[in-house]
Design a protein around this ligand. Structure first.
Ligand SMILES: NC(=O)C1=CN([C@@H]2O[C@H](COP(=O)(O)OP(=O)(O)OC[C@H]3O[C@@H](n4cnc5c(N)ncnc54)[C@H](OP(=O)(O)O)[C@@H]3O)[C@@H](O)[C@H]2O)[C@@H](O)CC1
Ligand SMILES: Nc1ncnc2c1ncn2[C@@H]1O[C@H](COP(=O)(O)OP(=O)(O)O)[C@@H](O)[C@H]1O
Ligand SMILES: [K+]
Length: 512
């Protein structure tokens, strides 16, 4: 699914109107109906009580006025508070006229802000994608007044005062909604942690916007939903054998952190790899062999950390990092790996696919000269702190996305910035936000599991680099979601994700 800018969204509305031969008021009616449908599923008229709709002067306010009429017709008690303005949009005026006289309407004033009793259900229809500057004056006062009330707030399209794809100046007035109900496509603002308190839970309702326009519109932002990965994993051919699905090498573990190696290996095996060899420090040999009998194991001569790089000829992909530690000798292993993976051989004309995680990322961060050695299409999987060590502290989440895009294009890598909406940046500068996963995955070892899945799918001969990464991230989150059904979020541990990778991948295969 694409994510468009506010300007592109306006053009999408216009394209829909022209293509489908409808009026803008009819499109607004669709939006308001979709909103009311959502609201009535969420709250019946008893649960809702009297609904207060705060309506601005533009089409967002027009949506609010149309919703007030539809809610009134559906038997809800509603009242409307209007934000005064010099001019209102044409569709606003149309819906103002359509509002039944039985619906109480008041104009807000600085001295007379609407009373909002605790628990009131408030619909925020002040401003949407047409917000052109931070709120001030009466509009800001209304928003601050609303945020102080103990209300249940549902925003139409965007919480008022929030920009759709840019940061707010500090201390701007922005509505804090529990729910945001938007139309057609998600907005970039929904996916960033800094906006979580404003957006609340977000929902996207289909209002039949032009598919042609969406297909033809270029954007760097994408949202990986089930449709994006459907059929991405080819079925296993009847006469396949273990050599068909690649031999992966995992370099992981140090004293006290062998669990990370075991989890990554388990995930790689469940990710469908043909063969897996793990190279682990001497102290981890027994631990690994006993916990992962399906994998082969090469012990390092050093007891507590990795000091040697095995020969790479046999492998189709290499993962390095989980539980690795940052010993000087391990840094040398990483440098050799980068150099050797970049070399082409007769059997392998392109660089050896690499997945770099955890302490291997931290070693890159503390020895930045290594970044020049990264082979094209290398996968890096930092969480925000690890990413900062590779680049610089971000001013805010939007700036972090800029840094991410710049890093991926400069180093021609696939960078997986982990979080609630993990963001995959490609060498061409696209950003793909993942839709799966849950807060239960905020637990030690979840990232090691992702590395294992990436390693398996990167060793898979039939998956191009980008598809392998997008699918891995999606399946990892989906495995977490399937696991949480059984464990609950608090009870979820990384091993539960491993156990659900198989079902998550099977689901993707079934969705063709
Ligand atoms: N057919 C369609 O197009 C559909 C659109 N839909 C709905 O329309 C919404 C977009 O509507 P919109 O473009 O009218 O913008 P909206 O967010 O209502 O605000 C614009 C008004 O606010 C004003 N204003 C801006 N910033 C301000 C500020 N800081 N402080 C004060 N005023 C400020 C601005 O004035 P100006 O900037 O010109 O001074 C203008 O008057 C979209 O979010 C969705 O809900 C759906 O119905 C689907 C069909
Ligand atoms: N709130 C959340 N919602 C969805 N996914 C999450 C959430 N928190 C963490 N995750 C996922 O869990 C993984 C955590 O990785 P990481 O921070 O490296 O953990 P660790 O180092 O303990 O393995 C990432 O893939 C991340 O996307
Ligand atoms: K709004």
């Amino acid at each position: 699914m694409k994510i468009l800018t506010a300007a592109q969204t306006r053009a999408l509305d216009q394209a829909t109107i022209q293509e489908q031969g409808i009026t803008s008021a009819q499109l607004m009616e669709r939006a308001a109906s979709a909103f009311v449908e959502w609201l009535s599923h969420q709250f019946d008229s008893n649960e809702a009580g009297e609904i207060l709709l705060l309506c601005g002067p533009g089409n967002n306010g027009g949506d609010g006025l149309a919703a007030a009429r539809l809610l009134h017709q559906a038997g809800y008690a509603v009242r409307v508070a209007l934000l005064p303005a010099e001019k209102q949009s044409a569709d606003w005026q149309h819906n103002r006229q359509q509002l039944p006289a039985a619906v109480p309407v008041a104009e807000m004033e600085a001295e007379k802000l609407p009373e909002i009793a605790s628990g009131t259900l408030v619909v925020d229809a002040l401003f949407g994608t047409g917000l052109s500057r931070p709120l001030e004056g009466l509009a800001a006062a209304v928003v601050r007044h609303l945020n102080k009330a103990q209300a249940r707030v549902v925003a139409i399209d965007l919480p008022s005062g929030l920009f759709a794809e840019a940061p707010q100046p500090a201390d701007s007035a922005v509505v804090r909604a529990q729910h945001t109900v938007s139309f057609g496509l998600p907005k970039l603002a929904f996916l960033l942690p800094q906006n979580a308190d404003f957006v609340g839970a977000w929902h996207v309702e289909d209002i039949g916007l032009s598919k042609r326009f969406i297909n033809e519109t270029a954007t760097p932002w994408h949202y990986t939903d089930a449709a994006a990965v459907a059929g991405a994993l080819p079925p296993r051919p009847k006469f396949s054998h273990k050599g068909t699905f690649g031999h992966a090498l995992l370099l992981a573990g140090s004293r006290g952190k062998m669990g990370a190696a075991v989890l990554a290996a388990g995930a790689c095996l469940r990710g469908g790899v043909g063969l897996l060899t793990a190279h682990v420090p001497g102290c981890g040999y027994d631990i690994f062999q006993i916990s992962q009998p399906e994998a082969m194991c090469l012990p390092d001569p050093q007891v507590a950390y990795l000091s040697k790089l095995p020969k790479l000829d046999a492998y189709q992909a290499v993962g390095i990092g989980p539980g690795l530690g940052q010993a000087e000798a391990t840094y040398t292993v990483l440098r050799k790996l980068l150099k050797n993976a970049a070399k082409s051989t007769e059997k392998r004309p392109t660089p050896l696919p690499l997945v770099i995680d955890a302490d291997a990322l931290n070693l890159l961060g503390s020895h930045r000269a290594l970044l020049k050695l990264l082979p094209e299409n290398t996968i890096l999987t930092p969480h925000p702190k690890e990413f900062e060590r590779l680049t610089e502290p971000a001013r805010d989440d939007y700036h972090r996305l800029e840094l991410l895009r710049d890093f991926a294009t400069a180093h021609r890598c696939l960078v997986v910035l982990k979080g609630a909406y993990t963001c995959l940046a490609t060498p061409t500068g696209e950003l793909h936000f993942n839709s799966t996963g849950n807060a239960g995955m905020a637990t030690g070892g979840s990232g090691d599991v992702l590395t294992g899945v990436l390693l398996a799918l990167r060793a898979h001969a039939q998956l191009p680099a980008f598809e392998a990464v997008r699918l891995s991230v999606y399946a990892h989150g989906r495995a977490g979601d399937l696991a949480a059904v059984h464990t609950g979020q608090a009870g979820l541990v990384a091993g539960d994700i491993v156990r659900h990778i198989g079902p998550a991948l099977a689901e993707v295969q079934a969705q063709i």
